[in-house]
Design a protein around this ligand. Structure first.
Ligand code: ATP
Ligand code: MG
Length: 399
């Protein structure tokens, strides 16, 4: 049975599979003499009802849909890596005395994290990785990264991928994956990534996750249960429409804005915005609270840039809304910007998939050898003060 695991760099990338609540995305990036090359990419709708709040209800339906994607996009790779959403995982960084043996590290790390786990350890899959030594004055300690998820959540995702005819499967965790895709690829040439504090907002369908990176290192993550579909549902309820009609209307007419006075909107757009505005305001308020919390704990080290990704970020006006409401410059993330495409699709078709590809790209990058990732690339790491989403969110898996 495949287990949750932290990356080990291998010679060739696997197919990254992001099973989202609205879309399943796949990507494969291989290193070559000419840099990183995107050899496979594709996406299609997740079967309705097969995932609720990040929990897989029908592995069979997802497996079948994934099988169709693999066939349609003519993908031959049969080794894959998928991942679990932030709300289903526990990530902790622990510091241990540096003089203990590798064997003792496992026991000591478990001892440190056990009280944060939402389920008994024997019901969870976990992995850990020694990040290195930390020297504070005369004291030397070892820093260890620990990840865990409920076994059933891991198994359901593995079962779904296996259903598509893939039998070599690894499982990662979204917060670390999105960090990898941003640090190792998206902002490659942008030195700010390694010197500034950046907020990443991944707006999916069912949820929005945020991560704060300081100097390329993950410091904080949190997940809010408001995503693109929350807005669609609001329009659905407001007009008494079906989901697909509401979705179409959202894409055509909905706009995120701060101040209606300044907007030149037609009456229908105005009406739609009445329906969605409270959700956007709540999301922004939650993000502002997290920023204030992080800033207060980090002695005023404020975020200087926001990067938004995910299908939900494509709502008209989204970047400007966050920029004005949070008072921080916003840019759209592009995890493929330094990667050349060598597959058979039209480039416009690939370009349309870019906002959705953060996780799939981060997944496939997990096995690209470090030295090939480029001279600016930093090791993906987390610091002692790292905070994970929340164990209460993980415990919702049992309900
Ligand atoms: N042009 C657009 N305007 C507004 N929303 C859009 C647009 N295009 C896509 N979306 C929204 O993006 C969402 C899908 O994005 P994405 O694929 O990132 O989510 P997901 O990964 O499937 O979900 P999750 O991460 O929550 O499991 C949907 O809610 C969809 O309505
Ligand atoms: Mg997603």
């Amino acid at each position: 049975m495949a287990k949750i695991s932290l990356p080990t760099r291998g010679p060739q990338a696997r197919l990254g599979i992001d099973i989202g609540s609205r879309y399943i995305k796949v990507a494969q990036i291989n290193p070559s003499a000419h840099g990183l090359q995107l050899v496979n990419v594709g996406m299609a709708a997740t079967p309705i009802g097969s995932i609720t709040d990040g929990v897989v209800n029908s592995a069979e339906a997802i497996g079948e849909a994934l099988h169709q994607i693999i066939k349609y996009f003519n993908i031959k790779e049969r080794r894959a890596v998928c991942s679990l959403p932030g709300r289903s995982v526990v990530i902790r960084q622990v510091t241990l005395p540096s003089n203990i043996s590798d064997k003792e590290i496992k026991v000591a790390a478990i001892g440190e994290v056990e009280r944060f786990l939402p389920f008994p350890l024997d019901e969870m899959e976990y992995d850990y990785q020694i990040l290195g030594d930390i020297q504070t004055g005369d004291v030397k300690q070892t820093s260890v990264l620990f990840i865990a998820a409920h076994r059933e959540a891991v198994q359901k995702r593995v079962e779904a991928v296996r259903g598509a005819g893939i039998d070599s499967i690894e499982v990662d965790v979204d917060p670390l994956v999105i960090l990898r895709s941003t640090v190792e690829s998206a902002l490659f040439e942008d030195q700010d990534t390694f010197t500034q504090t950046i907020l990443l907002i991944d707006m999916g369908a069912s949820a929005t996750s945020i991560s704060i990176l300081k100097s390329g290192i993950l410091r904080f993550t949190r997940i809010f249960a408001i995503g693109g579909d929350t807005l669609t549902h609001a329009i659905e309820a407001g007009y008494g429409l079906g989901f697909l009609e509401a979705e179409k209307l959202k894409k055509e007419k909905a706009v995120a804005f701060l101040d209606e006075e300044r907007m030149d909107l037609d009456p229908e757009s105005r009406e739609i915005n009445e329906m969605i505005k409270s959700h956007l305001d709540t999301l922004s308020l939650e993000i502002r609270r997290s920023l204030a919390y992080y800033t207060s704990k980090d002695r005023g080290e404020g975020v200087t840039k926001i990067v938004i990704t995910g299908g939900g970020s494509m709502l008209k006006g989204m970047a400007r809304f966050f920029e004005e409401d949070l008072g921080i410059p916003v840019m759209y993330g592009n995890s493929l910007q330094n990667i050349s495409y060598v597959g058979g699709l039209e480039l416009e078709e690939v370009a349309k998939m870019v906002p959705y590809m953060g996780i799939a790209v981060g997944l496939t990058l997990r096995q690209v050898p470090q030295k090939i990732l480029g001279r600016y690339c930093l090791r993906v790491g987390i610091e002692p003060k790292y905070e994970f989403g929340s164990t209460t969110q993980a415990s919702s898996l049992s309900s």
